[in-house]
Every structure is written in structure tokens, then in C-alpha cells.
Design a protein around this ligand. Structure first.
Ligand SMILES: *[C@@H]1O[C@H](CO)[C@@H](O)[C@H](O)[C@H]1NC(C)=O
Ligand SMILES: *[C@@H]1O[C@H](CO)[C@@H](O)[C@H](O)[C@H]1NC(C)=O
Ligand SMILES: *[C@@H]1O[C@H](CO)[C@@H](O)[C@H](O)[C@H]1NC(C)=O
Ligand SMILES: *[C@@H]1O[C@H](CO)[C@@H](O)[C@H](O)[C@H]1NC(C)=O
Ligand SMILES: *[C@@H]1O[C@H](CO)[C@@H](O)[C@H](O)[C@H]1NC(C)=O
Ligand SMILES: *[C@@H]1O[C@H](CO)[C@@H](O)[C@H](O)[C@H]1NC(C)=O
Length: 452
């Protein structure tokens, strides 16, 4: 499944620091407060959705399994819904994945080399991008950034590397000039036949450009942090308010299972709040930073900002009172499909499905009967409790050899509850809220959506 949070950032300690004072500030918001009153968005750009291409997803599962063959053969993993939006780069049109779990915007350049996740060469078509890529020569506005390189690895094992440049990037009505972008010529990417790259909306310190001509020599010591697209939009005064908002609609089960393209899956809203129906439950909380010395979440004058990290006060579900569910290192990530919570929480919650969901290492998720009864699951942040619709907790995940549908739950094991482990609230959670990110003030406003 998609885990489009940047992996390299997991070694947060010692990462180079960006020059942008804007991200050094600590939020003025108290630990929790009444939600900020947000204006409607100036620019609302529709999301479309696509589930990953069957063939490529099959190889992804093979890669997850390593070399050993396994019991379940899957001919598709259709649960992997991605949120895409139209973007132009140097006047060329692309559908890009919108990712709050990383910071770089990139499009592969025409003629790139395609690889599988183990680094074995593949035909270019096997990366399943939606277009042949970005034609640098055809852009009148592209400028190469000499002697540096782009190198990124995502949490699901996809990776890219190659040159870096600057070009005009436009999303909806917001056009940023001279935006730094990756134009990789090497891609290990499990595409969906629609997207041709990704737009990252997290912080400058999470960017992936390095002062070396050889991308294999990328390291924290030679990182050259830069302003991602939304930071540039704010600096260039292309938005009146320094926040963006996402409303990710859940696709129907039937669409996810049968029809991989979903033309209308919510909104990316720039400069305001996304135009969808909400209820009164709302809160504004600070974005947590990380200690520059220990890498542990903190929100002090010395913290570095990478992800949209929030303090989770508790997860609530049948039986949860027996567990510690407070967690201060959880990110809100549009590029990740499932929620990844600490092992003990994942085990306890999945045991409450009727029939029980069973952890399956082949899927990296809990397999469950598609018609199982879903236990309630709530997330308390800043003193307000947000509920996750049961429909988000069962996802179609392909078929077995006999053609029977396999389902997984929306809540997966993110590893032990260690302070330097990062947990994820992905699309399973984000389907239920409007999330408004203000990276300049260092605040996030969450608003529960009306049932849809
Ligand atoms: C996105 O771009 C494609 C082709 O470039 C166009 O057909 C489609 O209507 C656009 N979608 C939206 C939502 O603007
Ligand atoms: C890039 O590197 C080459 C060779 O190392 C050098 O000649 C050139 O001046 C460098 N360019 C810039 C802009 O630093
Ligand atoms: C890259 O490092 C060299 C020294 O190794 C330095 O002269 C140059 O200014 C650096 N480039 C950037 C863009 O910081
Ligand atoms: C990216 O950099 C790492 C070192 O930080 C290196 O091991 C890896 O091979 C590089 N990836 C690519 C695709 O060059
Ligand atoms: C987050 O939790 C860790 C322990 O899990 C603790 O060391 C750290 O101080 C906490 N940070 C904040 C800001 O609460
Ligand atoms: C769920 O589906 C299974 C077969 O897939 C069936 O045997 C069972 O009766 C169903 N349960 C309910 C509650 O519908």
C-alpha cells in the first residue's frame, strides 16, 4: 500500500537545517484551543483518484515478501487509492499525487530509466507513469541547478534520483515561478497509469536535494533544503492566507474494487478551507517539531519541522482503556492509505472485528472478512474527538487464486511505541475530517466532516 512518507527523514537527527526562519517558530497555539475561524478557500482544486495498476502492485507484494513464495496469491491490490490533482510544470500537464508526508515536487524526465524496488532494470513502461515524462527541452522556463542531485526513498520502498531544476509550477489558479523540482532520470516507481509524479506539501527540512553530482552520495551533511511549492506560493504572495486544506473523499467500495478511476474525490484548497459539509467538532493544534539533538518530538525553540506531526491524546475503541494510547509522534499523511498505529493498539483493535482480523505479513496489514462487523474507532486530538467511519476500516485488497475477494482493515501495525518511531494517520482517518495546514504559523485545524 502507499506509504508516501519520506524515509530518509526518519534519520532526523543531524539533518541539515533550512535557512527559512519561517519554520523555526513554535506555534502560538496552546496545546488545544477552539478552532480558528477559517475563510473559504481562494482556490479549490478537485482531487481525482486512481488505484494502483494491478501488475505493478503484484510485484510490490512480491517485493514485500522478499524471495520466499507465499500462501496468498493476489492479482490486485485495489485498496491503494491515491489522491491526484492536475499540475502544470513548465507549461506541461501532469496528474500528480498530493502528499503531505513529503516535501519534494518531482516529475520524471523523458527517457528516464525504470527499476523495480530491488534495483533491477525494467522497461520504462513498467513504471506505469501516466505520460512519458517531463520534456525539459520543451520548457521555456526550466533552469538546471548544476552540480546537485535529487535522491528520495518513500516508506513503501519506491525511490527516485537524478537532476534538479527550477520551473513554473501551477496548481489550480496558483502559479509559482522558479520552483525547485526534482527531474529524476532514475525511477523505481509502481505507478497507476495516471500519475506522473508527486507534489509534496510538508516542510523545507524534509526536502531531498543534495550538494553532490552523484546521487548515491546524498547524506544529511550535504542536504540543501529549499522551499517546497506551498512555501514558495506564500513567499510569492500567490495566496492571501498561508494555509491549505484537504478534503479526501472516500471512494465507494465498489469503485475501489472494480473501477480504478474516480473522477471526483474531494478537494485540495489553497488559501482557505475546502468546500465540504462539516459539523461543529473542530480544533486547532500546534504542529510538533523534533529535537535537533535527539530526534524526539518536541515543540521548543530548537525544534526542527519536517512532517505535519500532531499529539494524539488517545485512540478510543472497545477495550482501549486497558492500553496507553497517547502518542506524540503521529503524522497526517495524504500519501499513505492506512493508519499505522503502535503494535499493541493495532493488535487490540483488530481483535475487536467480528470475525477477528488477522495480521498478514504478506499484506503488511490485517486481513479480515469483507462483511465483518467493524468496531468503533475514535481519535482525540486537542481535546476534541474525531470518529472514523466504519466504511474506512475495511478495504478491498484483491482476490485469491479462487477469485474470492480479500479485504484488509484500515488500521495497521506501525511498530513498537518508541519515541523515535513515526506513526501515521493516513487516508483512513483523513476521509473523516477537513484538515487545514498552516505551516507558517505551525498549526493544523481539524474539522469533523458531516457523514457522506
Ligand atoms: C485534468 O487535466 C486533464 C487533461 O490534461 C483534463 O482532461 C481534466 O479535465 C483535468 N481535470 C480537472 C479536474 O481539471
Ligand atoms: C559544477 O562542477 C563543475 C565541475 O566540477 C565546475 O566546473 C562548475 O564550475 C560547477 N558549476 C557550478 C555552478 O558550481
Ligand atoms: C556545494 O559545496 C561546495 C563545497 O564543496 C560549495 O562551494 C558550494 O557552494 C555548495 N553549493 C551550494 C549550492 O551550496
Ligand atoms: C540515495 O542516497 C543513498 C545514500 O544516502 C544511497 O545509498 C542510494 O543509493 C541513493 N539512491 C539513488 C537512487 O541514487
Ligand atoms: C513525546 O514522548 C516521548 C516519550 O515517548 C517523550 O520523551 C517526549 O518528551 C514527548 N514529547 C512531548 C513534546 O511531549
Ligand atoms: C460473510 O460472508 C461469508 C462468506 O464470504 C458468509 O459465510 C457469512 O455468512 C457472511 N456473514 C454475514 C454476517 O453476512
Amino acid at each position: 500500500m502507499s506509504v508516501l512518507a519520506v524515509l530518509s527523514a526518519l534519520s532526523l537527527v543531524g539533518a541539515a537545517q533550512a535557512e527559512y526562519t519561517v519554520v523555526r517558530r513554535t506555534s502560538l497555539a496552546p496545546r488545544s484551543q477552539e478552532a480558528a475561524v477559517l475563510p473559504p478557500a481562494e482556490f479549490s482544486i478537485p482531487f481525482t483518484g486512481k488505484v494502483s495498476q494491478r501488475k505493478s502492485k503484484k510485484s510490490a507484494l512480491a517485493a514485500l515478501r522478499g524471495k520466499s513464495s507465499s500462501t496468498v496469491v493476489v492479482d490486485g491490490s485495489d485498496f491503494d487509492e491515491e489522491y491526484l490533482t492536475n499540475v502544470t510544470v513548465g507549461g506541461q500537464h501532469f496528474s500528480l499525487i498530493v502528499d503531505t508526508g513529503s516535501s519534494d515536487t518531482w516529475v520524471p524526465q523523458v527517457g528516464f530509466d525504470c527499476f523495480d524496488l530491488d534495483g533491477n532494470p525494467l522497461a520504462e513502461a513498467d513504471c506505469f507513469f501516466g505520460t512519458p515524462g517531463f520534456n525539459i527541452a520543451a520548457s521555456k522556463t526550466f533552469k538546471l541547478f548544476p552540480n546537485v542531485s535529487f535522491n528520495i526513498t518513500y516508506g513503501d520502498g519506491e525511490f527516485l534520483s537524478g537532476p534538479v531544476g527550477f520551473d513554473t509550477v501551477a496548481v489550480g489558479g496558483v502559479s509559482v515561478t522558479g520552483q525547485e523540482i526534482g527531474v529524476p532520470n532514475l525511477a523505481a516507481w509502481e505507478g497507476d497509469g495516471v500519475n506522473t509524479g508527486l507534489i509534496g506539501l510538508a516542510f523545507p527540512d524534509l526536502t531531498s536535494v543534495y550538494n553532490t553530482t552523484d546521487p548515491t552520495r546524498a547524506s544529511a551533511a550535504n542536504q540543501l533544503p529549499y522551499d517546497p511549492f506551498f512555501f514558495s506560493a506564500v513567499k510569492q504572495k500567490k495566496v492571501a492566507n498561508p494555509f491549505f486544506s484537504v478534503a479526501l473523499d472516500r471512494g465507494t467500495f465498489e469503485q475501489q474494487e472494480n473501477d480504478p478511476f474516480d473522477p471526483n474525490l474531494g478537494f485540495l484548497a489553497l488559501g482557505g478551507i475546502a468546500p465540504v459539509a462539516v459539523v461543529d467538532t473542530a480544533v486547532t493544534v500546534p504542529i510538533e517539531g523534533y529535537s535537533a539533538t535527539t530526534g524526539i518530538p518536541e515543540n521548543g525553540p530548537g525544534s526542527d519541522f519536517f512532517f505535519y506531526t500532531v499529539d494524539v491524546e488517545s485512540f478510543t475503541f472497545p477495550g482501549s482503556s486497558k492500553l496507553v494510547t497517547k502518542l506524540n509522534n503521529t503524522i497526517l499523511d495524504t500519501g499513505t492509505t492506512l493508519n499505522y498505529v503502535p503494535t499493541d493498539i493495532a493488535l487490540a483493535y483488530n481483535a475487536q472485528f467480528k470475525p477477528k482480523a488477522i495480521n498478514d505479513p504478506d499484506f503488511g496489514a490485517f486481513v479480515v472478512a469483507c462483511n465483518a462487523t467493524v468496531p468503533a474507532f475514535e481519535v482525540t486530538i486537542g481535546g476534541k474527538t474525531f470518529s472514523i467511519d466504519g466504511r474506512d476500516q475495511i478495504l478491498p485488497a484483491g482476490t485469491d487464486n479462487e477469485g474470492n475477494l480479500i479485504c484488509i482493515t484500515g488500521t495497521a501495525d506501525g511498530g513498537p511505541a518508541l519515541a523515535d518511531n513515526i506513526f501515521i494517520l493516513g487516508d483512513v482517518f483523513l476521509h473523516n475530517v477537513v484538515a487545514t495546514f498552516n505551516p507558517i504559523a505551525g498549526e493544523i485545524t481539524l474539522t469533523q466532516r458531516a457523514t457522506y
